[in-house]
Design a protein around this ligand. Sequence first.
Ligand SMILES: C[S@@+](CC[C@H](N)C(=O)[O-])C[C@H]1O[C@@H](n2cnc3c(N)ncnc32)[C@H](O)[C@@H]1O
Length: 269
Amino acid sequence: MNNADLYNKSNIQQKTGALQYLREYYDVIQWKKNSLVLDIGCGDGSVTSNVIKKSIPYCKTVIGCDVNEDMIRFANEHYSSESVQFTVFDIAGDLPDALQERFHHAFSFFVIHWVQQQENAFRNIYNLLQKDGDCLATFVGQAVFYDALRELAKRKKWKIWLKDTEKFISPYHDSSNPEKQLREMLDKIGFSFIEIHYKRLSFEYESAELFQEAIKALTPFKIPEDIFDEYLDELFEEMQRIDFEVYKFKKSTSEWVHNFHMFVLYIKK
Ligand SMILES: C[S@@+](CC[C@H](N)C(=O)[O-])C[C@H]1O[C@@H](n2cnc3c(N)ncnc32)[C@H](O)[C@@H]1O
């Protein structure tokens, strides 16, 4: 995911999802007054500023963090204000002392599937939260996109570009019981309340072009511009084939439907 500008124009799926789940959990979350809020993996900052800051009550400051320096530069240029700040931080890395136990609420939309060191990430989330603090997170589990990526990575034409694909596949993609796997880890870390929904979703883009732009913005591989469209064509063809033959999804006939499983996780310290 190298292009903050493109991501900014094509993150409709993420914006829609963040808004939907903030609304669903609005009456569940016990909002703290003058709260300090963390947005983990804030990307370009648009969801932090336009969705999280605007949707939640009593919020004093939202801090958006992301491992990608370009995203944080873009977020600072376009979305920072007195009450919305951005900083570079790896949620699976070492936790600075200044951030320990500071946050009343944390959110993370479409991020945690990028993190291979799941236990480090959730242990950090636990340590970032104040006592009684909570976290609402959505992230991908199994997805046809990952199957297609693995298939392309075997092909002679693409394997020089698709390096280290396993690093970008959700740690839950191959799991026989993703909910159990996640719950056991969260229990071990010590969260006092754990609610997990694992949903099969079909997100329908308005056009094939929008879907392609969204995938392009999320592509972590350095595929040359002149063959990128070819890569997307093969990837989409493979996604449709697998959707249809393996998963028997009815909507696989449409070119711009993204079928995947997603966690909606709500945890309290
Ligand atoms: C699909 S974007 C989601 C951005 C934003 N949450 C949204 O909903 O629009 C995923 C973001 O997670 C960030 N990310 C991936 N691994 C991370 C990590 N270990 N720590 C912090 N951010 C990470 C990526 O750099 C990227 O900006």
